[in-house]
Design a protein around this ligand. Structure first.
Ligand code: GAL
Length: 431
């Protein structure tokens, strides 16, 4: 296996960073505050970790926060909806109305540039120094948080987006050997056909953002890391035959999915694997927390492997937390940022959330068998930025991709129209 790591700042981040030179939201000399300190009695934390295993992850973090900062009241500003599907719109309304939460969840990468560009978040570079974080995170991750020497958020975790989850029972019942994962996309598609013939939902999926999650995994697998990454810096055209081939594979996969998909969020689609009513689901590794919550064991009850393709790829995304311009409780926010950056915070949170620590100095020995595979893959495999989770594309670009995908999967456009819409989205949004 060729061991290499793509520079994490490959796609949108670099392109967008170039256009952001004169922007930035730091007007307070990087004081890590919004017009000064104060407001240390509470902190409103805005996330979309509102339910189920995601809420359990947040709860684990809050427990550490309460130990580390007993005088600061945690106020939960979570808005339900996977991948921030409802939260991001609500956040934008609040930011535009001058009513920011004290800190909010945002993805490292191109999505962060949206907030920087709009002057909505402040430079927290001084907190990196104060908390001793300069060497705690991989350089490649810090690059994604940095624009013009300013650092705009503190990462809490790293998730992998291109994972296939399978029900051992549903697969075995259909005669599929779960000991050896399929070696290629074509082999995976053959299995889907076998499962369909056996009368089980072959591939569960949910609403539009989960379909975009599937799309990105298929494109990574079909194109390989370098060509996939080129989709975001302009070196791979969205109108090329190789993208057409990737979209055809996506179309084929969608044909094996549940018809009630548009009404389901990720926990519902993953639940079908937990229940064994569907065989496979492609989802980020927050899903493992749902299997664990249901007391299912890797190997016995469920399987997990990367969507196979040209090469081994880690579909990358990282959650991070910001200090918004005008936050009413900047000192409360600093306390929160200190906890999420701490080794104790990252250990407790990531154990519960299914992600791996962003810090490189957290001992992962007690992490699950699945998480160990993520740690190894992140260290060894090619890294590709997630589309559905703000690493590769700005919010506007992602919205355009999501709209095009929804039009396609609901039958409003054909494959050629889909590809044209994706090309138009790139043309309109590439930096
Ligand atoms: C992602 C987020 C993850 C997880 C997932 C599903 O965007 O980074 O932490 O919450 O959405 O909601």
């Amino acid at each position: 296996m060729i061991k290499r790591r793509y520079v994490l700042a490959l796609p949108g981040a670099v392109a967008a960073a170039g256009t952001l030179a004169a922007c930035g939201g730091d007007d307070n000399g990087g004081s890590g505050g919004s017009g000064g300190g104060g407001g240390g009695d509470s902190v409103e934390v805005f996330t979309w970790w509102a339910q189920g295993s995601e809420k359990a992850g947040l709860d684990a973090l809050v427990e550490v926060f309460n130990e580390q900062h007993p005088d600061v009241e945690f106020v939960n500003g979570a808005v339900a909806g996977g991948a921030g599907s409802a939260a991001k719109d609500m956040l934008q309304s609040r930011l535009q109305a001058g009513d920011p939460p004290d800190t909010f969840q945002a993805h490292a990468g191109a999505e962060l540039n949206d907030y920087i560009d709009a002057g909505q978040i402040t430079d927290v570079a001084n907190l990196f120094d104060e908390f001793g974080l300069r060497d705690a995170f991989p350089d490649s991750l810090v690059e994604r948080l940095t624009v013009d020497d300013a650092i705009y958020s503190i990462p809490s975790n790293i998730h992998r987006s291109n994972v296939v989850w399978g029900s051992t029972k549903a697969l075995t019942d259909a005669g599929i050997d779960t000991a050896t994962p399929p070696a290629s996309l074509d082999e995976f598609l053959e299995q889907l056909e076998t499962l369909k013939s056996a009368g089980v939902t072959a591939l569960s999926v949910g609403t539009t953002w989960t379909q975009v999650n599937l799309l990105e995994a298929v494109l990574m697998a079909e194109l390989g890391a370098e060509v996939y990454s080129g989709l975001f810096d302009g070196s791979t055209g969205w109108d090329t035959p190789e993208v057409t081939a990737g979209l055809q594979k996506f179309e084929q996969m969608m044909s094996y999915t549940n018809t009630d998909r548009d009404g389901l969020d990720w926990p519902d689609a993953t639940q079908q694997i937990i229940d064994g009513t569907a065989a496979y689901n492609v989802m980020g590794d927050w899903a493992v927390a749902a299997f664990e919550q249901a007391e299912q064991a890797l190997g016995d009850d469920f399987v997990a492997f990367e969507l196979p393709g040209k090469e081994k790829i880690f579909g990358f995304l990282a959650d991070s937390f910001t200090l918004p311009e005008g936050a009413p409780h900047p000192d409360g926010a600093k306390a929160w940022l200190e906890t999420i950056a701490s080794t104790d915070g990252q250990l407790a949170f990531n154990l519960a959330k299914g992600s791996i620590p962003a810090r490189t100095d957290v001992d992962t020995a007690e992490f699950s068998e699945y998480a160990q595979t993520a740690v190894t893959s992140f260290a060894e495999d090619a890294i590709c930025s997630s589309i559905a989770h703000g690493a590769a594309t700005s919010v506007a670009w992602l919205n355009a991709i999501a709209d095009a995908t929804s039009q396609f999967t609901t039958g409003a456009t054909d494959l050629a129209g889909y590809q044209e819409a994706l090309k138009a989205a790139a043309d309109a949004n590439q930096g």
